[in-house]
Design a protein around this ligand. Sequence first.
Ligand SMILES: Nc1ncnc2c1ncn2[C@@H]1O[C@H](COP(=O)(O)OP(=O)(O)O)[C@@H](O)[C@H]1O
Ligand SMILES: [Mg+2]
Length: 258
Amino acid sequence: MLDIRPNHSSSLREKQIDQLKNRQLAAADALGVSFEKPIISVQSLTKSYHIGSMTVPVLKGIDLSVKEGEFVSIMGPSGSGKSTLLNVLGILDRYDDGEYVLDGTLIKPLSETEATRHRNHLIGFVFQSFNLLPFKTAIDNVAMPLYYQKVPRKQREERARKLLERMGLASRMDHLPSELSGGQRQRVAIARALVTDPPLILADEPTGNLDTKTSEEVMELFTEINHEGKTLVVITHDEEVAERTRRVIHLQDGRIRH
Ligand SMILES: Nc1ncnc2c1ncn2[C@@H]1O[C@H](COP(=O)(O)OP(=O)(O)O)[C@@H](O)[C@H]1O
Ligand SMILES: [Mg+2]
């Protein structure tokens, strides 16, 4: 006769463990603490550019950990390697040595296809120059990442519309980027970064082309997004922008300054 008890008891135990976990999570939630799991974990990471026969070291041994739900800024002089680092973190560019683990996955061995899948699933990008498609309307720009995820058209439009409404751009959905102000363009770009609901947002000088008031609005939006649980890493030149984040990392000549 088959004895089903071990299975039964193990599933019961799993259930109890689940219940316990849920209770712990609820308790942690109530206390406002997280389990501080790193989403970004970088160790001794290096990267050089090769120009002809010359090797230019840019990242010279970066150690960095960003926990889920953090809101950090990276500051540093021009040429210190900020964009290079962000491109590596965003799996837009490869690194040479060291280790980068994103959301539990070691990035180095990934194939191009796997890297793209991880990037699309985990990361939303915001850039200084907005990087919107000039011949697409605001709503089409926002919906674009969902097209690559093969989401049906109706759902793509619905989600893009909701996000643009949230960005205060309800009356600008059908405008081209050239018909929008800098601040409006950046809000379209932020909506696009959020449309796939990624846990991590990477922004490279997102306020670099904006005036003070508009920069503040963008940082206000980022703060809101962070409060909703997303992890944000923002590169900036601007002290005031950095002050709006909860941790500042200083990069100098390819190294983190402690
Ligand atoms: N694609 C590239 N090819 C060669 N050198 C590059 C490339 N991108 C950046 N660099 C060089 O790497 C250094 C760091 O650049 P970058 O990461 O853009 O710095 P930051 O964003 O802090 O201004 C600079 O000296 C820059 O000239
Ligand atoms: Mg840069």
